[in-house]
Each structure stands twice: as C-alpha cells, then as structure tokens.
Design a protein around this ligand. Structure first.
Ligand SMILES: C[S@@+](CC[C@H](N)C(=O)[O-])C[C@H]1O[C@@H](n2cnc3c(N)ncnc32)[C@H](O)[C@@H]1O
Length: 266
C-alpha cells in the first residue's frame, strides 16, 4: 500500500528542491516513502500532509529530513574488490597516450573516503592524477575539506596504508598532504550535471539507487560523455546499467559494476 498520495509526493519533491537544491522529481517514490515513514513516527505526525506542514515551523526536523534524504554514508575502500578491478584496468592503461595524468571524479563522494581511497590507489601505483570530489551535502564535504576523518573510519584499513597515509591524533586522523593535495572537493547537484569533463575514471557509486529510471538514464548518458575514450565508469554494487541502452559502454567487470567507454568513442 502506498503511504504517500500523488499530491503528497509532489509536495515532498517540491520541498526537497527548496530545502536541498536537488531536483526532487528525480528521486524514486519508494525511496522517498522509506525515508519519510520513520520521520512521521518520530514526530508523531499522523500523515504526510501534516508532517510537511510541521517542517515549515521546525528547522531542526527540516535539517534531519534533508540529511536522511541525502544518505551521506560511505567508507574507505568500500567494496575492496572494485578497487582491485580498477587497479588492473588502470595498470593496462598507464603509459598509453593521454593517460600520463589521471583525471578522476568521485561523485557523490559523501564525506570523501571514496576520493581518498582512489588517491591512495593512485599513489600506491605511482600514478600522477587529480580527483574532483563532488557532493550536494556541504556538511558531508566539511571533513574532506579539512582532510580529517574519524579514527574509527580507519578500522578496516590495512595497517601499512593506515600508517603511510594518515596521521592519527586523538579522535581524528589527518590524511597526508600527498593524498589531500590530489583532491578537490566541490559542492554540486549531480542531477543537474557533472562538474568534470575528460575523465579517465568516474566513481559514480550509490546515487542511482535513489533515482527514478529516467533520471538514471539521463545521468548515465552524461557520465559517458564526461569520460575519455577507454575511460572507466564505476557504479555501486547494487546498481547497473541494466537494460538501459548505453552506446559505447562495455563491462570491464559486470559483477563489480566497472564499465569502460569504447576506445573509438567521442
Ligand atoms: C550513499 S552516499 C554515496 C557515497 C559514495 N559514492 C559511496 O558509494 O560510498 C550518497 C551521497 O549522495 C549525495 N547526493 C544525493 N543526491 C545528490 C545530488 N543530487 N547531487 C549531489 N550529491 C547527492 C548525498 O549527499 C550522499 O553523500
């Protein structure tokens, strides 16, 4: 049974646009329902219409809902097998004309661990390269701008990498300048367009799961345009290009959701 009527959904999508700046109409209704239901319970609002009215007078709740809708969760080397596939695809391409310096984008990057993981991978491989790290949440980007992460976020990281790339203080770990200097954080709405062009690597993980089929298709087309020929596109493990017809994109590792743009592509 649908909790939200069409008019509730339209009102929520319009609120999302005003509150967060992203295109509310691009988010799946099932995702919006899943995020809204616990907030109705938490605030004691009997239905979506009264909750939306409640938001107008309760800034704290509006911030909480915006945060819940953006889902700023991530981790260092999330799905390590994906980074292994990326490493071997980059190894094959290193040394080819146009691949001397890697232009990469991690978007959405959330709090930045994905961009840091890629910067570490490039350093480990001895590759030159820069990473644009884009997300709509300024709050999520704040830690990345400071180059600082909670020490607990390093828990699963291999000890050698941990010692080499982080300086641990009391509760925070500072990423070393050799990694931080490769990353440019940027606040942007990805549903309106991608900030990067001429990309060799595009980590576009865990955004499509929230979006409608139409929005996914539009973004996928733009992602392919943003890649150089042979450029690598990485989606989240729960996402795929599925039945969407994408000209000139082939699987490098379908299980890991790593794809490459055709070498002849424009
Ligand atoms: C689950 S995180 C994904 C982080 C990382 N890519 C990963 O897979 O670990 C989702 C992120 O998407 C961001 N986001 C959601 N919609 C967005 C939009 N329209 N534009 C930019 N960022 C968006 C959120 O702020 C959140 O940080």
């Amino acid at each position: 049974m649908n909790l939200l009527s069409d008019s509730d959904l339209a009102a929520l999508r319009s609120w999302i646009g005003r509150a967060t700046g992203v295109r509310g109409e691009d988010y799946r209704s099932t995702f919006l329902e899943r995020r809204l239901t616990p907030r109705l319970r938490a605030t004691g609002c009997p239905d979506a219409a009264s909750y939306l009215a409640y938001l107008e007078d309760h800034r704290g709740e509006a911030r909480t809902l915006a945060q819940k809708l953006l889902v700023p969760t991530t981790e260092l080397f999330r799905n390590p097998e994906v980074f292994a596939v990326l490493r071997s695809a980059l190894r094959e391409r290193a040394g080819l004309p146009g691949w001397a310096s890697i232009r990469a984008m991690s978007a959405p990057c959330s709090t930045g661990e994905e961009a840091v993981s890629l910067a570490i991978l490039l350093s480990e491989m001895g590759l030159d390269g820069r990473i644009l790290a884009g997300d709509r949440s300024r709050r999520a980007l704040h830690g990345l701008r400071r180059g600082r992460f909670a020490v607990k976020s390093l828990a699963k990281l291999d000890n050698r990498l941990r010692e080499r790339y982080f300086r641990e203080e009391v509760a925070e770990a500072r990423v070393v300048p050799a990694v931080a200097d490769r990353i440019l954080p940027l606040c942007c709405d990805l549903t309106r367009g991608f900030p990067g062009r001429g990309l060799h690597v595009f980590l576009l993980r865990n955004l499509f799961i929230y979006l409608t089929e139409e929005a996914q298709e539009r973004l996928l087309g733009r992602a392919v345009q943003a890649l150089v020929p042979g450029g690598l596109l990485v989606l989240g493990r729960a996402e795929s290009i599925g039945r969407k017809r994408v000209e000139g994109l082939a699987a490098v590792d379908a299980g890991c959701k790593v794809y490459a743009k055709a070498w002849g592509g424009a």
